[in-house]
Ligand binder design. Structure first.
Ligand code: SAH
Length: 250
């Protein structure tokens, strides 16, 4: 069996003893039936993977001793920021989970004009926490030691007004792509970018004409993925896989 991996959102260092977060402790002991002396792997997003041994299991906690740390990277050389029009509940979760598996660098959820779900206040905060936990679980499963950021929900216009903040360059060599079934260009028509890719995908109903125009004005190139209309989650994920083949690590 592969050594189980858990996200531990706090400081880790060899020699330290830490209690696993509640959900991880439950999974380790009740589901995987791990016992004292068994090994686990922990990551906190700092780029390292920590090996730890279970030293105590009791009603209150599962305590592990960190034995070693190794900088293990499976990050793609292609940095993609997914600018995703918010889709309904499970569909958005699916998009986030799979985009992490496919190597996305960060996700910017967009409250698009045609987003069915309208989020604000406490509900929005809760949803963002939920999305970040979906992303962390996808990292546990996929072996990533860097946890992609789910950025605060924004409207498309505000998002377009902000600096993208992806990669090391401010905007140098950046490629902005807008997935649109009405486009003429395909991904293959584009030149390999020197910097990050910003990839915009609409919600279930697509972006409005107004949003299309704003994307164009902000330098987003409209690109089509074949002649078939894809569901929003399929479009983002197909584009990510294609980008990895073209310029990433597939
Ligand atoms: N009803 C909309 C389709 C929305 S599909 C329309 O006819 O325009 C949801 C999103 O998926 C779109 O906004 C677009 O970003 C993406 N998408 C779907 N099919 C696509 C395709 N063939 N090529 C590029 N993007 C596509």
């Amino acid at each position: 069996m592969r050594i189980p991996r858990f996200y531990f959102p706090d400081h880790l260092a060899p020699g330290a003893r830490v209690a696993l977060p509640q959900a991880a402790a439950h999974h380790a002991v009740r589901v995987l039936r791990l016992g004292e002396n068994d090994l686990v792997r922990l990551f906190n997003g700092d780029g390292c993977e920590y090996r730890a041994r279970i030293v105590r299991i009791d009603k209150q906690a599962v305590v592990v001793l960190i034995e070693s740390a190794a900088p293990l990277s499976c990050e793609s050389p292609l940095n993609v920021l997914l600018v995703q029009g918010i889709s309904s509940g499970e569909r958005m979760d699916y998009t986030l989970q799979k985009s992490v598996e496919l190597g996305v660098g960060a996700i910017q959820p967009i409250q698009a004009e045609r987003s069915v779900v309208k989020l604000s206040g406490e509900r929005m905060q809760k949803r963002m926490q939920h999305w970040q936990s979906v992303v962390a679980s996808a990292c546990e499963q996929s072996g990533r030691n860097v946890v992609p950021e789910v950025r605060p929900v924004s409207g498309l216009m505000e998002c377009l007004g902000q600096a993208s903040g992806v990669g090391h360059q401010a905007s140098g060599g950046e490629l902005r792509i807008h997935l649109s079934p009405d486009a003429e260009l395909s991904l293959r028509d584009l030149e390999k970018p020197l910097g990050p890719v910003l990839l915009a995908a609409g919600p279930e109903g697509g972006f409005s004409d107004h949003e299309h125009a704003a994307l164009k004005q902000c330098g987003y190139i409209a690109v089509k993925l074949g002649p078939r209309i894809l569901r929003t989650e399929t479009a983002a994920l197909a584009a990510l896989a294609a980008l990895q083949i073209l310029w990433g690590d597939y």
